[in-house]
Design a binder for this molecule. Structure first.
Ligand code: CA
Ligand code: CA
Length: 268
């Protein structure tokens, strides 16, 4: 019985008689008795058959992330000046990029390139002193400040259902700094570029103008940040797998900074 079924399935006439099964191979109104046409149908079937020639999938994804340093952490080192005009800015950024993923049922290799763009507003960064000194902080203004990041992550995957899984892992990368953090120091500091400008004024006044509408002091250079930095990745997320054709990954963790975000793309 089984032999018969297989014989039927392999018969060229079976394909010709069932155009609904193979609509791409042979339009229904083609003459079924032309030998050349049957030859094409058989050939096409043979090509379609070995569908799974590799036991891994690949993805190309677009990724977007929001990164931030929590206030609770910054509060350890910097005054908040909450509610004042010199209130400490938020330390946050966004991150856009591309991923190439190679994965099997359990293992994921994720290769990425992305760009972190600072969302930090110009503002006053006043360190915590004991006894308090609210006038010795620096005024920092990001100028095209960002990081171009490239790296590789490994992630392990646990499938809850064929279309939903938990993905977690870690990895390393390299970041190249773009732009700068321009700084103004408090007046009287030995390192000010123009010691005569606001010699007893705090940094925010030297940056924004000593008086309402007044001239600003020249900046005092840039913050000393290495051009090349390591990237440490720790990721925990979930993946929605759409028929092995597309996937969405939502995750959070560490991408040098704590982050939350997602990746969406095609699977092939
Ligand atoms: Ca201080
Ligand atoms: Ca201080």
């Amino acid at each position: 019985m089984l032999t018969l079924l297989l014989a039927v399935l392999h018969s060229p006439y079976a394909h010709a008689a069932e155009p609904a099964d193979e609509p791409a191979d042979e339009p229904a109104d083609e003459p079924v008795d032309a030998p050349a046409e049957l030859g094409v149908a058989t050939e096409a079937t043979d090509v379609v058959k070995p569908e799974k020639t590799r036991d891994y999938l690949m993805e190309v994804n677009f990724r977007g992330r929001y990164l931030f340093l929590p206030d609770s952490l910054l509060n350890i080192w910097y005054e908040t000046h909450e509610g004042e005009t010199i209130e400490r800015p938020q330390a946050h950024a966004y991150n856009l990029g591309l991923e190439f993923v190679v994965r099997n049922k359990k293992d994921n290799g994720i290769f990425y390139v992305d760009y972190l763009s600072s969302l930090i507003k110009p503002g006053y960064w006043d360190d915590i002193d004991s006894p308090p000194d609210y006038l010795d902080g620096e005024y920092i203004k990001p100028e095209a400040f960002g990081l171009l990041m490239i790296g590789a992550n490994y992630a392990s995957e646990i499938h809850a259902t064929p279309w939903f899984s938990v993905v977690f892992g870690a990895g390393l990368g390299v970041a190249v700094k773009t732009g700068n953090l321009v700084k103004w120091l408090p007046g009287g500091d030995e390192a000010t570029a123009d010691p005569t400008c606001g010699s007893d004024a705090p940094a925010y006044e030297r940056a924004l103008g000593l008086e309402e509408g007044g001239a600003e002091c020249a900046n005092d250079g840039i913050k000393d940040i290495p051009t090349v930095l390591p990237v440490i990745d720790i990721n925990l997320g979930v993946r929605f797998n759409i028929n092995d054709h597309a996937s969405i990954r939502l995750e959070g963790g560490l991408h040098d900074l704590p982050y939350g975000g997602g990746s969406v793309g095609i699977t092939f």
